[in-house]
Ligand binder design. Sequence first.
Ligand code: NAD
Ligand code: TYD
Length: 346
Amino acid sequence: MTSFSSQVLLVTGGCGFIGSNFVRYWLSQHPQSRVVVYDKLTYAGRKENLADLWSDPRLKLVVGDIGDQALVRSTCQAEGIDLIVNFAAETHVDQSILGPLVFTDTNVRGTHVLLEVARELGIRLHHISTDEVYGHIPDLHQSVETDELAPRSPYAASKAAADQLVQAYAITYGIPVTITRGANNVGPYQYPEKAVPLFSTNAILGEPLPVYGDGQQMRDYAHVYDHCTGIEAVLLRGKIGEVYNVGTGREMTNLEMVDIVLETLGKSHDLVRHVTDRPGHDRRYSMNVDKLRALGWQPKYDPRQAVAEAAKWYEGNREWWEPIRSGQFREYYNAQYAERLAGSKQ
Ligand code: NAD
Ligand code: TYD
């Protein structure tokens, strides 16, 4: 291992889905490293995602907004941060359609503030971007890192703006940055607004599964573990200034994903409801991941296994998601689905 093993990381958004999986993975692989989680604890940020680790002296939590430049700066200085890994974001496309402005605040301005602090203090920054920045991908093409960005939702546009700011800072100021663009992740601790945990928890509860439109949209459902190992590969062996796609390189339709969830949980297909589509719904995401593979990385899970493993996790961890589903999530669920489900077809 390189000298990274003893470095101090500021992991923004470390209480969210991918961030918490990354923190757990990183500390397990790099015993000499320390991690400071910097998180605003929005509805999606949950301290309990790292419940087993808070007593570890190598881990610390700072509650704050990435847009708070003074707090980001003083935290980096006080903790001796060597590397910022930026997971912090508003992350759900449907939420970005209902209330888009906070996406610009956090995803664009927040990332910009991190870049300013990184520039001022001379810290490397790794930014977590997404395949959604490429927009809808026509059949047969697979996005490569040099493709133009063509985002189509408020979420994707805010992530594309952040992605380009990171690249602009590397060009203009020469600061050391890397970027990974992840596919649709699934696995433990994903907030149940996203499709796989929503469908898994609805199926377990015997509630209908609201499939948008014809369900023929295609996604690369990648296990969060493979995203974490992909980020690690880029941190340890990636070239400064470069962008790397992270996914399985294989996609499936949403109806295929639903079948895997129902089959894994032993539930009936009668639960499926086709509901009014998402406005501007991207039909297909698909990425070429050869550049990351060239660093010696390969995914452990294929997309079928990833979805099945995720569904099983929700079956075995009701105590994690039941309080979420019975809390403020209900309000969002009703706003998003009540009318859609009332007018749905099987
Ligand atoms: P998540 O919604 O589960 O977690 C986001 C975390 O960021 C939460 O802990 C939240 O409290 C925190 N946060 C939000 N606003 C903040 C702010 N202003 N300041 C500090 N913290 C703030 O998200 P996730 O699914 O874990 O996604 C993490 C990152 O990975 C995001 O940047 C997202 O765009 C990217 N990504 C996600 C996926 C996916 O499938 N989930 C795929 C590719 C890329
Ligand atoms: P999602 O998990 O929201 O990820 P993204 O939109 O960022 O890809 O959705 C994954 C796919 O599932 C996407 O094509 C939208 C679809 N979907 C539904 O059909 N119904 C739902 O209730 C949700 C949340 C998503």
